[in-house]
Design a protein around this ligand. Structure first.
Ligand code: GP9
Ligand code: MN
Length: 615
């Protein structure tokens, strides 16, 4: 007698393979550390519910194509994992809905993404090819559409989801309100559920504007007015009527200042320029997913960027009251210069909203094979070609320059190499000083040109790093370079970027106060002799009342005495771990500021400012 052959249900086989694959990818692609077996268990089971929910869609299709649909669903889930992996390799973060709509940037990011592709990435999809052939065999049958089967799949998925969320809630109370911490969300809910949750958040923030009214802005105004610092009479108006030149130095971290590779300085020009400028060596970047554009937002608006996505992309039509608009009322002309396409980070739209008079982007420059690298025009020709436009600007002007060459993956042409590379196993870390050195040289030439044209003596020049250049993915190599272990405490300190303020006629001085990008707007306005009004979360760096507080988008906070990060409190200077209560005050202050600032953007609250003034 023939024994009936065992039948395998394709949906169960696929679910099992996707589940295990997802777990393996968690382990290999992302950094999701677990501290005990319970956390590991949550990580292990969390893909299962969403895999089953997704696969249950096959019940909607006829038996003939059910196996094909199963494979398509498996492919889409695998693609989601792969896209997340690529994004993570570059940004060390998970994708959010607003990020997906940043299509303007996709072309340029191509280069950086290409550097993230590896041959072994085919393993992300190899199982699907195997399944395709296996499903051709008689013994693999699509699941039958029966009430019993449907409820089995859906109930199992639901049960797994409840167990998952239950366990996660025990491990991490208030998980779902800690939306800023994407690593935690993915760790506890899984990548697929995380994306569903992110979609829900998106609809919530979209609704926030409709519900906002003028009362909401009063609380913000009260807070920022109380916080604001009176100008220091020695500095107020020191640069009145002078031109303002601001240079955003791409990916330039503070640790390169004064550092050498094989006895050669990485930033010889900046090291000298610092000696005749105010140099802030405890100045922190505060950017989030919007990277360079977030730093621009912080500097011009003195508001925090958003916890998800880039505010330039998500809220470009809000009401703002930033530096370009304010100084226009004082007779200034404003312009931004950047050797990349104008729509990257939605700049062309945002700059119009915030009141820039002109944006000199790609189309103003001659860019060819010889003078372009990575994202666009190299810094030396960028500054050279900008000179003719600067000379023609009506004075006084506010001109902001965004450098580009020192951008991940730190590519350079041989003829531009002025310093040896580092010698670790990590090409990103190795190449970094070479492109930093190149930008240093470009800035040196630019300053010389400004001197030759007689503009220098009538201008205050501010240079700052926009955000980190070496992400945590490269800690191992960076540890070798810095000669120390990168603990969470050290990681916070690595978020320092240089800030150099050069004022004609003033001597050089290093200032070690804790400061951050959010402080630049009031500092600049006071230097120009303009009283600050409206909403700004930062405080003037030269004021005697300057508040030493740097709040990061991941909710780390640095104060004069303390560093709070990763739910741990440290003494800022010694790095000694302190009781968590010691940080309660700065932690809460940080939370409060982020909440108020996010409310301003989500609710578009500055449109009520006039109303709020009269109330
Ligand atoms: C793109 C440049 C780089 O125009 O500003 O942006 P980033 O990737 O650093 O945000
Ligand atoms: Mn940048």
């Amino acid at each position: 007698m023939l024994k009936a052959t065992q039948k395998y249900n394709t949906i169960i086989v696929t679910a099992f393979i996707l589940w295990i694959k997802t777990y393996i990818i968690y382990k290999l692609s992302f950094n999701l550390p677990t501290t005990d077996w319970k956390q590991e268990l949550i990580l292990f089971i969390n893909p299962m519910s969403s895999v089953l929910f997704s696969l249950s869609l096959v019940f909607l299709f006829s038996k003939r194509i059910r196996n094909r649909v199963t494979l398509i669903i498996a492919f889409l889930l695998s693609l989601l994992l792969y896209v997340n992996t690529l994004y993570y390799r570059f940004f060390n973060d998970f994708i959010t809905v607003p990020v997906l709509f940043q299509t303007n940037n996709v072309g340029d990011i191509g280069n950086s993404l290409l550097a993230q592709l590896y041959w072994y990435d085919i393993f992300f999809f190899l199982d699907l090819v195997l399944l395709y052939f296996v499903f051709k065999r008689q013994s693999f049958q699509p699941v039958a559409v029966k009430k019993k089967n449907i409820s089995k799949v859906l109930l199992t998925a639901l049960l797994l989801l409840i167990v998952n969320i239950g366990l996660a809630e025990i491990e991490r109370p208030q998980l779902l309100t800690r939306t800023f911490d994407r690593e935690l969300l993915v760790k506890n809910l899984g990548t697929y559920n995380y994306h569903v949750y992110d979609l829900l958040l998106q609809s919530k923030t979209s609704a926030q504007k409709a519900l906002a009214d003028n009362v909401d802005v009063i609380e913000v105004k009260k807070y920022t007015e109380k916080k604001s610092a009176a100008p220091n009479p020695d500095f107020f108006g020191l640069a009145k009527g002078k031109n303002l030149i601001v240079i955003s130095m791409e990916s330039t971290q503070q640790f390169v200042i004064g550092r050498e590779v094989n006895g050669e300085e990485i930033t010889p020009f900046l090291n000298d320029f610092i000696k005749e400028s105010y140099y802030f060596n405890n100045f922190y970047h505060q950017t989030g997913q919007g990277k360079t554009s977030d730093s621009e937002f912080l500097i011009d608006q003195s508001l925090y960027p958003l916890p998800r996505g880039a505010v330039f992309q998500t809220h470009p039509l809000n009401e703002y009251y930033g530096t370009p608009e304010i100084i226009k009322e004082h007779g200034y002309y404003s312009a931004v210069f950047h050797g990349n396409n104008k729509s990257f980070w939605n700049r062309d739209i945002m700059y119009k909203t915030v009141g820039y008079d002109n944006f000199f982007a790609e189309q103003y420059y001659t860019i060819n094979e010889e003078n372009r690298i990575n994202y666009g025009l190299k810094d030396v020709p960028f500054f050279e070609q900008s000179m003719k436009y600067i000379k023609a600007l009506p004075q006084p002007f506010y001109a902001r320059f965004i450098t580009l060459t020192n951008h991940h993956p730190y590519k350079f042409d041989e003829e531009d190499q002025m310093i040896p590379t580092y010698n670790t196993d990590d090409p990103i870390v190795n190449q970094y000083p070479v492109t930093v050195r190149y930008t240093d040289h470009a800035i040196e030439q630019f300053i010389q040109n400004l001197k030759d044209e007689g503009i220098y003596k009538d201008s205050i020049i501010i240079l700052y790093g926009d955000h980190y250049g070496i992400s945590e993915n490269h800690d191992e190599a960076l540890e070798q370079v810095l000669g120390k272990e990168i603990t969470p405490y050290e990681n916070v300190k690595l978020q320092r970027v240089p800030l150099i303020i050069h004022i004609p006629g003033q001597e050089g001085k290093t200032i070690s106060k804790v400061s951050a990008q959010i402080d630049l707007k009031p500092t600049i306005l006071h230097l120009l002799g303009i009283k600050t009004e409206g909403v700004h979360f930062g405080t003037d760096l030269f004021s005697k009342e300057h508040k030493e507080l740097a709040v990061f988008r991941d909710r780390s906070v640095v104060s004069n005495e303390l560093i709070y990060t990763d739910e741990t409190c440290y003494d800022r200077k010694s790095g000694k771990q302190l009781s968590s209560e010691s940080c309660t005050e700065i932690k809460e202050k940080g939370l409060q500021e982020l909440k108020l600032s996010d409310g301003v953007i989500y609710g578009d609250l500055l449109r009520f400012m006039e109303l709020a003034k009269n109330s």
